[in-house]
Write a protein that binds this ligand. Structure first.
Ligand SMILES: [Zn+2]
Ligand SMILES: [Zn+2]
Length: 372
């Protein structure tokens, strides 16, 4: 018996060593194959990827209004949300409302043609809404070889913001002209040009800031005190409409200007969650956190406030953006929303970077998808 066992174990040892040797040979052959052929193989693969990637940047938008969420966050770092930014395609025109930090990358990745950008519209001049302006101006200039600066539409004060970015980017502008030549980057097209508008003294004052090719954009006052001026924007095109709140608390002006709109993009701050941050702020190494967490609920709407507006205005779909605080997981969405669903029975979407909403012209359809 023992000699048979010894024979079996010897056989197993031989088999094992053969398997190991065979595996080693296979690994060596594969390694050699990769060393010899990796470069010639990777070149056509990479070429195909680049071709598809570049072609993907010409996303087709059917006639209508489209709103791409290029930034749904706030100044607080959120892995799913960069600074506030909404790109609006209206017919053949492209506008961007606010350009928060990091939003320029999303604008490009989502397939918006920055080189063909008609204008940037700013709701107010808090840093989280303007931080990406320099990059958007640069992308629009270099990406489209534009010969005139980018229109930057905003309430009074926009001149200071645009002038500052133009100055900050002036040295870079010189580098790019010297490197790529004036035909690729015409010197006259660098930077932006401020297009300020005035609003009357009434709480619900408004003014039409764009009216061309059937596209109407109306700026209206909102309440983000002590930040003054602060506005929201309403877009109308071929029977479709959308409203972007900018930063505001519950606002009767916003209510008036959102009447019957298809889509309302509303800022929202959860007082319960921010209150929890304030109460735990003593463990943070950031000494100012407690005060900031105590201050910010006073000038942002709660999810319930936005839901009330959506119902009272007869909005057809409510989208939250400029979400505070950061939500590391969608599991927290319901906690964030609180009682909002009691105040608004229509569809609610928690905005995330990369979402695209489409309102085909002369229809009632509202399409939603994620293109990031
Ligand atoms: Zn603000
Ligand atoms: Zn903000």
């Amino acid at each position: 018996m023992s000699s048979r066992e010894t024979g079996n174990s010897r056989l197993m040892r031989i088999l094992k060593s053969k398997i190991i040797r065979t595996a080693a040979v296979i690994v060596l052959v594969m390694a050699a194959f990769l060393v010899i052929f990796a470069r010639p193989l990777s070149t056509p693969i990479l070429k195909t990827i680049i071709k598809h990637r570049l072609a993907g940047l010409t996303y087709h938008f059917e006639d209508g209004l489209h709103a791409g969420l290029c930034g749904t966050g706030s100044p607080m770092a959120d892995i799913k949300r960069t600074g506030p930014c909404i790109a609006v395609v209206a017919g053949k025109h492209l506008y961007i409302v606010d350009v928060g930090d990091g939003s320029t990358r999303n604008i490009t990745l989502m397939g918006f043609q920055t080189g063909k950008l008609d204008a940037v519209l700013l709701t107010h001049f808090h840093s989280d809404h303007i931080a990406g302006l320099g990059e958007v101006m640069l992308q629009r200039w270099a990406g489209g070889s534009n010969k005139t600066p980018l229109d930057v539409i905003g309430p009074e004060g926009v001149e200071t913001v645009v002038e500052g970015f133009n100055t900050a980017y002036s040295i870079d502008t010189g580098y790019r002209i010297a490197h790529h030549g004036p035909e690729t980057v015409p010197p006259s097209g660098a930077g932006g040009i401020a297009r300020p508008f005035k609003l009357g003294p009434e709480e619900d004052a408004s003014v039409v800031v764009v009216d061309k090719d059937g596209v109407k954009i109306t700026a209206f006052k909102v309440d983000h005190r002590p930040v003054v001026p602060a506005v929201g924007y309403r877009f109308d095109y071929k029977g479709r409409s959308l409203v972007i709140s900018g930063d505001t608390v519950y606002s009767k002006s916003l209510l008036k200007h959102s009447q019957g709109t298809d889509l309302l993009f509303h800022d929202a701050l959860s007082p319960r969650m921010v209150g929890m941050i304030r109460d735990q702020a003593h463990v943070s190494p950031v000494p100012s956190l407690k005060r900031i967490a105590a201050d910010i609920p006073s000038y942002h709407a709660s999810p319930e406030d936005a839901a009330k507006i959506a119902t009272e205005a007869g909005v057809r779909h409510l989208v939250y953006y400029h979400i505070i605080p950061p939500l590391p997981s969608s599991i927290l969405n319901n906690f964030f929303l609180g009682d909002a669903k009691d105040y608004y029975q229509g569809p609610i979407t928690m905005g995330v970077d990369g979402m695209l909403f489409s309102l085909p012209s002369n229809s009632r359809e509202i399409k939603k998808k994620n293109i990031l």
